[in-house]
Design a protein around this ligand. Structure first.
Ligand SMILES: Cc1cc2nc3c(=O)[nH]c(=O)nc-3n(C[C@H](O)[C@H](O)[C@H](O)COP(=O)(O)OP(=O)(O)OC[C@H]3O[C@@H](n4cnc5c(N)ncnc54)[C@H](O)[C@@H]3O)c2cc1C
Length: 384
């Protein structure tokens, strides 16, 4: 049997040790709690703190800022191991792979020294609010404004579908500081939510999958943030900053999609080998064998491209188009593979107690967020 979890070409000895410790941690501390998180629709803060204790929250942030000091390989390992455990409640990707890296890239050294250590320990949970009711794919249409008033900005508007939004202590808010300038008027402001007057959270939105991950509406009514919380210090840089960070976000989604697809194949091989029909195993029948051969071929071929993308990203050489290709390809593959895997589970595949059912439902959104797959095609096509 082909080992889908063999050592990656981009994985150093240190990274491999991190993976082993993380796998044990997730099996002991996360897997038994996933059911509870799905029922309550959020992950307990106590778990965030435990994940901070083992260095899983900011794995690729320098140690000076409380992180684990690894490269993107460490980030990818977190995404892969969560995928292999079928865990979708705990959104480290937003907190560590995305928000922490905006701060690392654009905050002042003093701000990094305050914010990042709190995020590394799990004392603070991070979120990023770009999407609005009227602006998703077309981000430059966002209507949330930030008006300069003395040494503050005053934010007015709303955000929707914000992951970790119900609990977040720090939120990067995409605002327009100059609505007359479209994309060039967009700026990113960091909101510390504790005691922020005028800031409120709406519903924890009900979803068709990813039930343990909280997804919030956020409202801003004359919310003041200090002017120094403008990321990068100059107005109008927000759009370019988002474009700069989105490739890592998309690669992070692709990493999870790849691992979850591989895990789907592993689970289904085991299930069909065990399940008896007409006097033999399902896996003895040619049609299921060929379906699984196709699934295995898909994930194996995709793995080669993913390993190449991850290695290039570690070297700082991954293009926006290739990150979009990775996100597009792996999430489309994930939908195809998990659908086929669910089918091979028969009626049990439709029962939530079976991991394949949960993975199938959790998969659907992967083609929509972090930039819908149609937008990924636009980004790829810009290279023509
Ligand atoms: C569970 C979940 C978590 C999320 N987490 C976050 C978060 O943490 N932070 C955040 O800011 N956002 C988050 N989002 C929002 C997500 O990024 C957006 O939903 C996504 O970008 C699509 O925007 P939209 O929903 O407004 O759809 P729309 O932009 O209205 O798109 C609708 C359809 O039209 C298509 N379309 C749009 N423009 C084009 C085009 N030019 N060419 C071809 N087709 C096009 C789209 O591909 C899509 O199929 C989350 C969403 C979900 C569901």
């Amino acid at each position: 049997m082909i080992d889908l979890r063999s050592r990656r070409p981009w994985e150093s000895d240190e990274a491999a040790m991190f993976r082993t410790a993380l796998r044990r941690f997730l099996e002991d501390e996360a897997v038994p709690r996933e059911e509870t998180w799905r029922a309550q629709h959020f992950v307990d803060r106590a778990f965030w703190r435990k994940a901070g204790d083992i260095g899983a929250l900011l794995p690729s942030v320098p140690e000076d800022y409380g992180g684990s000091g690894g490269d993107f390989a460490f980030e990818a390992i977190v995404g892969e191991e969560l995928g292999y455990c079928g865990l979708t409640s705990f959104q480290q990707i937003i907190h560590g792979t995305i928000v922490a890296h905006y701060l690392l890239a654009y905050a002042t050294p003093a701000q990094k020294a305050v914010w990042l250590p709190k995020m590394a320990t799990g004392e603070w949970i991070g979120a990023i609010g770009m999407t609005e009711p009227g602006a998703g794919s077309d981000l430059k249409a966002l209507r949330t404004t930030a008006r300069r008033d003395g040494d503050s900005y005053v934010i007015n508007g709303s955000k929707i579908f914000i992951t970790n939004g119900m609990q977040a202590d720090l939120i990067i808010v995409a605002c327009s500081t100059d609505p007359s300038r479209g994309a060039k008027g967009i700026s990113l402001l960091v909101l510390e939510t504790h005691g922020a007057n005028g800031f409120s959270r709406g519903r924890n939105l009900k979803k068709i999958g990813m039930h343990g991950s909280d997804t919030a509406e956020l409202f801003f009514e004359d919310v003041r943030v200090p002017a120094e919380n403008l990321l990068g210090g100059i107005e109008g840089q927000g759009f370019a900053q988002m474009m700069g960070q989105l490739p890592q976000e998309r690669l992070g989604v692709a990493v999870g999609a790849q691992a979850m697809s591989e895990h789907g194949v592993e689970l289904t091989l085991a299930y069909t080998r065990e399940r008896k029909v007409f006097g033999g195993s399902i896996l003895d029948l040619q049609v299921p064998r060929h379906v699984l051969a196709d699934c295995l071929r898909e994930v194996r071929v995709s793995r080669a491209f993913m390993d190449d993308c991850i290695a290039r990203h570690i070297r700082g050489a991954l293009s926006a188009a290739d990150a979009s290709m990775a996100k597009l390809h792996t999430t489309e593959m994930q939908s195809r593979v998990l659908d086929a895997c669910l089918q091979l589970h028969g009626g049990y595949g439709f029962m939530e107690e079976y991991p394949i059912a949960r993975m199938y439902a959790d998969t659907r959104v992967q083609r929509i967020y972090a930039g819908a797959n149609e937008i990924m095609k636009e980004i790829i096509a810009r290279t023509f």
